[in-house]
Design a protein. Structure first.
Lengths: 142, 147
């Protein structure tokens, strides 16, 4: 039983991270200008920077999510995915601390309501935890 | 770690390709770049006097919160904010007859510009922002408040 879990969990962890990244990426990639608005709403990046970022980030998320299953790129994908999650979480925490009422933009503007920062941060932390566990495991076996 | 960094660099570079294709296929709308902040100098800004001269009269959109709207708004204004965009959009569509739109929120908030951009993206045509906001309206028309 224990060994089955040991065999399966890395796969499940990768699947969870990949699913979140790919879904988030695809939803945002459908309308980059709208995503640019969501980025701009954080008031951390000027609009001139938010626009190129809105075109780039969704595809980076999709690529990193898919590459989590590609052995030649797996470790890089884990690094990119974890870095993205860390940055997103920091942005959410900052917005929360500054009392902004904004849509987090995490999964595009499909749900245009103001997001619950606590929930988004908690989700990111769980995914980040999975990423760190995967990275430690890879370091141990490599 | 070095290996992971190298792979990460490959991914960062690879992502540029679809991003460039997306940019080419759906270029960023001009108004996004020209509307970075809520400022009176922005091209879509309108003064109260200008907007009141327009004929037919514009549709006024209140981009503040529901609570603020309910405690008093410009007579005839329609509530439309980002928090509950999906729920409020039908109300806006019912009120809009294709006339010009003017969005306001509080004088210190940036929501009206964002609502204006969203409306333009949705194809609402000419959308302006009254940056004087709710306070500007009250100053010009004291007591003209609908609840």
């Amino acid at each position: 039983m224990g060994s089955t879990f040991a065999r399966i969990w890395p796969w499940l962890a990768r699947l969870a991270m990949a699913a979140a990244l790919v879904v988030a990426g695809v939803l945002k990639a459908r309308n980059p200008p709208l995503f640019a608005l969501d980025i701009e709403a954080y008031r951390l990046i000027p609009a001139a920077g938010a626009i190129p970022l809105a075109y780039y980030l969704p595809f980076l998320e999709i690529l990193a999510g898919c590459a989590l299953f590609l052995p030649p790129l797996r470790r890089g994908a884990l690094l990119v995915a974890s870095a993205l999650l860390l940055i997103f979480t920091a942005m959410l925490a900052l917005a929360w601390a500054r009392g902004l009422v904004i849509n987090c933009g995490c999964f595009g503007s499909a749900s245009a309501g103001a997001s619950s920062f606590a929930l988004s941060i908690a989700r990111n932390m769980v995914l980040l935890g999975l990423g760190i566990a995967l990275a430690r495991r890879a370091d141990g076996s490599a | 770690m070095k290996q992971a960094l190298r792979q990460a660099a490959v991914l960062l570079a690879l992502a540029l390709v679809p991003a460039a294709i997306a940019w080419w296929r759906v270029p960023p709308a001009k108004f996004l770049a020209t509307a970075p902040t809520e400022s009176a100098e922005a091209s879509d800004a309108v003064t109260l006097a200008e907007a009141e001269r327009w004929s037919p009269a514009p549709l006024w959109i209140d981009a503040r919160t529901q609570a603020e709207f309910e405690s008093g708004h410009k007579p005839g204004a329609v509530l439309l904010n980002e928090d509950t965009w999906d729920a409020l959009l039908p109300g806006f569509l019912a009120a809009w007859r294709g006339q010009r739109i003017v969005v306001y929120c509080s004088s210190s908030c940036a929501a009206s510009r964002r609502i204006a951009v969203r409306l333009r993206m949705a194809g609402a045509g000419e959308v302006n922002v009254f940056s004087g906001g709710w306070e500007g309206w009250l100053a010009a028309h004291p007591g003209e408040v609908e609840k």
